[in-house]
Design a protein around this ligand. Structure first.
Ligand SMILES: Nc1ncnc2c1ncn2[C@@H]1O[C@H](COP(=O)(O)OP(=O)(O)O)[C@@H](O)[C@H]1O
Ligand SMILES: [Mg+2]
Length: 225
């Protein structure tokens, strides 16, 4: 493809950069990236991932849980696209003003005929909460494995939420209630990785121009051979 320099980096580090964190400073940051297949949780400091964990609870599994819930509660089979719509339209982690219901259409699993059901925000919140408790368990595990030197930074900088899952209503309140740490949602949760990668590329190209990166790269390649 004509690439002259290939750099492999962790997605969560790119998310952090895209969320506006200056990862090169020797300050600890906690990033929670809730994507489609996995939620990646990491402590980043001085350009390095200090601790990280990944858990297979994210956008897709949340949709699957919604499908399961509607099937068991209403005897209605719905598809993933409907579940995704329910999640986006009424999904939340903490009660929000003017909560709505949503009318969904699926197939009655007993009669096989089309059937409709009305689903409330409350119901979906309960489904989402039981999945999110698995995410917060892993966040705790990451904190437990964080060097104590970084504890002060984490208390001050708090949690940065990114990835599409960060768009779930009141997710910041939910994390704040549990961890009592300042919690921010990235400005563009779905674009963090791309934005971060673009910024990171510029940093690398600058280093190459300054001759700094080239040396590192050479040492790295020599180390491999
Ligand atoms: N408004 C929203 N509310 C809840 N989830 C959302 C919303 N918008 C997108 N998502 C979810 O975000 C996920 C994709 O996020 P993304 O960060 O792009 O994932 P990945 O990095 O794994 O490709 C999808 O599973 C989608 O359901
Ligand atoms: Mg991602």
């Amino acid at each position: 493809m004509g690439a002259s320099l290939v750099v492999v980096e962790e997605e969560v580090k790119m998310s952090a950069i895209g969320a506006g964190i200056n990862v090169d400073l020797p300050r600890g940051h906690l990033v929670v990236d809730i994507g489609g297949g996995t939620t990646d949780i990491a402590i980043i400091s001085a350009g390095e991932i200090v601790v990280s964990r990944s858990v297979k609870v994210a956008g897709k599994s949340l949709n699957e849980e919604i499908v399961k819930y509607i099937r068991s509660e209403y005897n209605v089979a719905i598809g993933i696209v409907t579940a995704e719509k329910v999640k986006k339209n009424i999904g939340s982690l903490v009660k929000y003003p003017n909560e709505r219901s949503i009318q969904i259409y699926g197939r009655d699993i007993v009669s096989g005929l089309p059937k409709e059901a009305k689903i409330t925000s409350d119901e979906i919140r309960n489904v989402l909460l039981s999945s999110f408790s698995k995410i917060t368990d892993v966040v705790i595990e990451v904190m437990e494995n964080t060097p104590p030197e970084l504890a002060g930074d984490i208390m001050k900088n708090g949690i940065m939420l990114c990835g599409g899952g960060a768009l779930i209503r009141n997710i910041d309140k939910y994390f704040f209630d549990i961890f009592q740490l300042p919690t921010k949602i990235a400005a563009e949760p779905l674009g963090c990785v791309i934005e971060g990668t673009k910024l990171y590329e510029k940093t690398i190209l600058r280093k190459v121009e300054e001759g700094v990166y080239d040396d590192q790269q050479k040492t790295y390649l020599e180390g491999l051979s």
